[in-house]
Design a protein around this ligand. Structure first.
Ligand code: ADP
Ligand code: MG
Length: 238
């Protein structure tokens, strides 16, 4: 389960309208990438879906339920940030288990989920280390592990790879795609990197100044960009 629908969702900060009324459907299990230049509203849109910002109007539904009435902690959406936001004084195991401890799950269930996530992410040998003893890629995996254990209806990624060097980025891109194939959970992924969008997405949403320029599969956008902005962003020869 993880179908997300936005119905005339808008967002203003004070007098400034950052997201004009916007409609979008994200199907269950889809890998959707929001792409667009810096400042176009990608993070804001993701934060609205996560419930970290309140909508100024419109409605967000998750599996049919009006999400705007559900507090962020209960939306069953897991956000993965670029700054890994790990606790430096805690072991990897404790970092990954953190949301489960907060939710009051019993120790056996915590261990089971943490071990399963560590297995998927190749972190089993690192569970007793501290974040400071890990590489950038491993830290990013711990952050993803902390999202996985919550068994969310959807994962929300905000430029998760932008702190990594180019070589590592390619590897993590493949890992996240693999993870999506394995879990088949809805993923919404924000990036300003065209290559990430083209290689990872089932569906790309091209944003410009808060509105949607075009939605389509990578191939559709490449073959038939609606205008020069989309063509320029996708890198096709229109
Ligand atoms: P992106 O993630 O695409 O770079 P953002 O969603 O961060 O863009 O920002 C979109 C616009 O909204 C920017 O003009 C930004 O300055 C503005 N903005 C974002 N958050 C706030 C806020 N809390 N208060 C005021 N303006 C904001
Ligand atoms: Mg952003």
């Amino acid at each position: 389960m993880g179908r997300i629908t936005l119905d005339k969702v808008r967002k203003a900060f004070g007098d400034v309208q950052v997201i004009p009324p916007l409609d979008l459907t994200i199907e269950d299990g889809e890998f959707v990438v929001f792409v667009g230049p810096s400042g176009c509203g990608k993070s804001t849109l993701l934060r609205l879906i996560a419930g970290l910002e309140d909508v100024s109007g419109g409605q967000i539904r998750i599996d049919g339920q009006d999400a705007t009435r559900v507090p962020p902690a209960k939306r069953r959406l897991a956000m993965v940030f670029q700054s890994y936001a790990l606790y430096p004084h805690m072991s990897v195991r404790k970092n990954i288990a953190f949301p489960l401890r907060m939710a009051g799950l019993d120790k056996a269930e915590q261990d089971k989920r943490v071990n399963a996530a560590a297995d998927v992410l190749n972190l089993t040998d690192y569970l007793d280390r501290r974040p400071g003893q890990l590489s950038g890629g491993q830290r990013q995996r711990v952050a993803i592990g902390r999202a996985i254990v919550r068994e969310p209806a959807a994962f929300l990624f905000d430029e998760p790879l932008s702190n990594l060097d180019a070589a590592l980025r390619v590897g993590m891109r493949l890992e996240i795609s693999e993870l999506h194939k394995r879990l088949k959970t809805t993923m919404v992924y924000v990036t300003h990197d065209q290559v990430e969008a083209m290689t990872m997405a089932d569906k790309i949403v091209v944003l410009r100044a808060g509105h949607i320029e075009q939605v389509g599969s990578p191939l559709e956008l490449y073959r038939a960009p609606r205008n020069l902005f989309v063509a320029g962003f996708i890198g096709s020869p229109k």
